[in-house]
Design a protein around this ligand. Structure first.
Ligand SMILES: Nc1ncnc2c1ncn2[C@@H]1O[C@H](COP(=O)(O)OP(=O)(O)O)[C@@H](O)[C@H]1O
Ligand SMILES: [Mg+2]
Length: 373
């Protein structure tokens, strides 16, 4: 298997910005982890992506780009190109130093029930502009074959955990807009799934109430009171008891923020505290669905910047240990981007990306589309 220097590009369902990460890998083992870069979206860019998600809800064909979806796709491609160019310049690298780019794109619709998942981003245009081969459309083949199309990073999580010497089963938890978890128990089959809302509900609530994109450092939640009855009411939703594999659309639970009478009448602080507790409780609840309890959680994604969420999570998964990905020597903000660099090399080398135990796809599935410059 060829070893490549691969750049991974991730713009998650929080649509906060583009994460760039470089790794060296053959698609099985992970070698050197390189530098990273974050290119945040401006307020206007975020607004366009938010509207694109609304506009995409009724798409019937993953290639259609009606209305502002075409503009949103141009924004996604350009912002990712700028991010890679800035990354190369910052690190004194040239396009010829990079073997492949893994371009996840921006998910605007994820509905595996309709065998539909839509990521904005023009892989061919990105390859031409950068002069580097680009792998894109990672999730499409899986969903077309009846898989959940998510999560895709579990194989990367396993490769990373092999480099640690953790005792007992490990859960790698990514808290992005949606929270996803990979359960790794030695060489036993991976178990992975989306486990519930990540930051999305908290972000949406804060934007509605205050106009700010998130609850910075969990300050609002820290000053509020958790309504455990409301948390229990929402956790009664069948999603939380459904065994893996399963995936969750970013907006699946959005109505709880905007319309549910249990939250609408609350103070900013109590609403934020309750949604933060719900996020932690949803993740903790997923432990029931695993073959055995994890001894430790390694947590990545923007959720680790919210200390109230991290505290509530630690309380609800105890006695399991909760560590940030940074604490074990990984890069918590860039783990997903690194994962898509790894997946690009797997795709390039003809290795499967998704598995019956991770996405529910009937057999191990290759994926990604290669665009050459
Ligand atoms: N300083 C912070 N305080 C609280 N939350 C934060 C902070 N920084 C980032 N976040 C949260 O992390 C999210 C971004 O996380 P990220 O892992 O990039 O998610 P995604 O993969 O969905 O883009 C933000 O939308 C926000 O909710
Ligand atoms: Mg992000």
């Amino acid at each position: 298997m060829a070893w490549l220097s691969a750049i991974g590009l991730m713009s998650g369902t929080s649509y906060d910005g583009v994460d760039v990460a470089l790794i060296n890998t053959n698609g099985e083992e992970v070698g050197r982890l390189g530098p990273t870069l974050y290119r945040p979206y401006s307020e206007d860019e975020r607004a366009l992506l938010r509207h694109a998600m609304t506009a995409a809800a009724n798409l019937a064909d993953r290639a259609e780009r009606p209305g502002l979806l075409a503009d949103a796709e141009t924004l996604v491609t350009q912002s990712h190109a700028e991010a890679v160019e800035a990354f190369l310049a910052a690190n004194g690298m040239a396009a010829s130093d990079i073997g492949v780019v893994g371009f996840h794109g921006q998910t605007v619709l994820h509905d595996p029930g309709r065998r539909l998942t839509v990521q904005l981003g023009d892989g061919k245009a990105l390859a031409r502009r950068l002069g580097i081969p680009v792998v894109y459309d990672f999730r499409a083949a899986d969903v077309a074959a009846g898989g959940q199309g998510a999560p895709f990073v579990p194989v990367f999580h396993r490769a990373m955990v092999r480099l640690l010497d953790e005792r007992g089963p490990v859960a790698v938890l990514n808290i992005g807009g949606v929270a996803n978890l990979t359960f790794i128990d030695g060489e036993a089959a991976l178990v992975a799934c989306d486990v519930g809302p990540g930051n999305a509900l908290i972000d949406d609530f804060m934007r509605l109430r205050t106009g700010s994109p998130h609850d910075g450092e969990g300050r609002a939640a820290a000053a509020g009171r958790v309504d455990e009855a409301a948390v229990a009411h929402i956790l009664a939703h069948p999603f939380f008891d459904k065994p893996p594999p399963k995936s969750l659309d970013r907006n699946a639970f959005h109505h709880w923020v905007a319309a549910d009478e249990k939250l609408a009448g609350r103070s900013l602080e109590d609403g934020a505290a309750t949604l933060t507790a719900l996020t932690a409780a949803g993740i903790a609840r997923s432990m029931r669905l695993l073959p055995r309890p994890p001894a430790s959680f390694i947590v990545a994604g923007g959720g680790i910047r919210n200390p109230v969420l991290m505290r509530m999570l630690a309380e609800r998964v105890a006695p399991a240990r909760v560590m940030t990905a940074d604490a074990v020597g990984w890069a918590a903000d860039s783990l997903e981007a690194q994962g898509f660099a790894y997946l690009a090399v797997r795709s390039f080398n003809g290795l499967p990306l998704s598995f019956p135990t991770t996405t529910g796809v009937p057999e191990p599935m290759r994926g990604g589309v290669l665009a050459r410059p």
